[in-house]
Design a protein around this ligand. Structure first.
Ligand SMILES: Cc1ncc(COP(=O)(O)O)c(C=O)c1O
Length: 469
């Protein structure tokens, strides 16, 4: 009776079962997987947000396939003011209810059933469901850890087939926190141009760059306690073979993506939000002037090849519940014109945007100024605390982080990551993600959220490290 594409294994995995048992026993869990910012103890300007949703203009129905022009102008202004993309034509922006919907539009635009897209590995597990729903096949290309994370172009080349339609990049990637470097962007453009492929870039974490290791020219890398060895710590599968990708993903086994992770029960710590950050920290947030023309520049200004840049309010303003995202199309004029014509029809078929949100976009985007400051301060403090604790032991190290809300820990491989995560939740009441949720190709990786409230974060890391002593 049902389609093959929805024939998912929906049973909870052992990790989820363990978590449910600990929760059912009423034990307090230190959640180091927090990804829902609305329950992370941030201070929102609730009055401004709620007032913006009550515009009388919302009483009018104006079905614009790409979204209301005023909302798209606010998006263009964000790229102009924060990312130096000054000539973004609002007619090249399509509003969607989520980045996932944005992907969905782009997949429909580019792919016939059975066509292929190249996706980074490790990365964000929701891709697989999106691909299934569009009968698209994902072919992973590995990111390799060697002096930071890098794209592996030889693997990318081997992964291309006549069915390949595009290359997906996550900039910065979740959970590796790595940006597509300027040199990689040029190589990627040349690679795609030569093969008639599109570039699809997810920039939801773009604004959360740290200059610890962002490879800004001339910036000395700070010596850091607990720094991991920098060579061959992680090598992706050399062939780029889609290991396990057509079977069931980690998140399918787990049954949730990390935005919807069971992360929120103890999120409100009530601790001070604005305590001064220790300025001896080697980590500094990136200012607006640091961004243009650097590794952290937006792909919204990418002209060399047909490019779809996805982002939205869920991370930019930490407002995932508002369901407002977008796709920016850039590239050679003729291709952009065809793409926009077709994207408009796709969007017109659904007309999924609601009026109150669209009228609120300027105010909701404005919230980023306060929210990003709070989140970046928290990320910074948590990283400093993590490094302080890592310096006191030798078993566990963290990988370099260039941006985003997560960090990857390298841990001893005495059992599978899943076993370790189960043990941590059962014995230590600490919740972390095993690396295999993100398709790390081997055991020995845990992923922790850097936006967890600081007190819980420090205590959770401390308890976790006891396991390795
Ligand atoms: C890389 C990445 N893209 C997109 C999303 C989801 O964005 P949205 O809420 O706009 O669908 C997430 C959520 O965690 C993510 O990690």
């Amino acid at each position: 009776m049902f389609s093959d594409r929805t024939n998912w294994k929906l049973a909870h995995n052992r990790f989820t079962q363990a978590l449910e048992e600990v929760r059912a026993a009423g034990d307090r869990i230190l959640d180091l997987t927090v990804s829902n910012p609305t329950r992370a103890g941030l201070e929102y300007d609730s009055r401004a947000i709620l007032a913006a949703l009550a515009s009388p203009r919302s009483l009018d129905y104006d079905p614009q396939p790409k979204g209301l022009r005023e909302a798209r102008e606010a998006v263009a202004e964000y790229y102009r003011s924060d990312h130096g993309v000054c000539d973004l034509d609002v007619e090249r922006i399509v509003l969607t209810t989520s980045t996932s919907e944005g992907y969905s539009y782009v997949f429909k635009l580019l792919c016939n059933a059975g066509d292929e897209l190249l996706v980074p590995k490790p990365s964000y597990p929701l891709f697989e469901f999106l691909a299934d729903l569009h009968d698209v096949k994902l072919v992973p290309y590995p990111l390799i850890y060697d002096h930071g994370w890098q794209m592996d172009f030889p693997s990318l080349e081997r992964a291309v087939t006549p069915r390949t339609r595009g290359v997906v990049g996550v900039h910065p990637n979740n959970p590796t926190g790595s940006y597509v470097k300027t040199g990689e962007r040029e190589q990627l453009n040349a690679f795609c141009r030569g093969r008639g492929l599109a570039v699809i870039v997810d920039e939801v974490f773009l604004d959360y760059g740290l200059d610890e290791q962002v490879c800004l020219p001339g910036l000395a890398k700070a010596a850091r306690p607990g720094a991991p060895p920098q060579r061959d710590l992680y090598q992706g599968t050399p062939s780029g073979v889609p290991k396990g990708i057509e079977s069931q993903s980690a998140f399918r086994r787990w049954g949730e993506d990390n935005t919807r992770s069971p992360s929120t029960r103890y999120a409100r710590s009530g601790q001070a939000l604005h305590a001064p950050v220790d300025r001896r920290s080697p980590i500094r947030r990136l200012g607006r002037d640091d961004r243009a023309g650097r590794d952290v520049a937006s792909f919204a200004g990418n002209r060399d090849v047909l490019t779809f840049t996805l982002s939205g309010l869920s991370k930019i303003s930490a407002l995932p519940q508002m369901k407002l995202a977008w796709v920016v199309t850039s590239g050679p004029e003729a291709e952009v014109a065809v793409a926009m014509g077709r994207l408009e029809v796709i969007a017109d078929t659904y007309l999924s945007m609601n009026a109150p949100i669209q009228w609120a976009v300027p105010t909701l985007l404005e919230q980023r100024r306060s929210i990003q400051r709070q989140l970046l301060e928290r990320v910074e403090r948590n990283l400093v605390e993590l490094d302080r604790r890592l310096a006191g032991q030798k078993a566990c190290q963290r990988l370099e982080v260039e941006g985003g809300w997560y960090t990857v820990l390298r841990v001893p491989v005495t059992r599978s990551d899943e076993e370790l995560a189960i043990e941590l939740v059962r014995e230590k009441h600490v919740l972390v993600h095993p690396g295999h949720f993100y398709d790390f190709p081997s055991d020995g990786y845990l992923v922790v959220s850097l936006i967890a409230p600081e007190r819980e974060f420090g205590e959770g890391i401390g308890r976790m490290l006891q396991t390795f002593n």
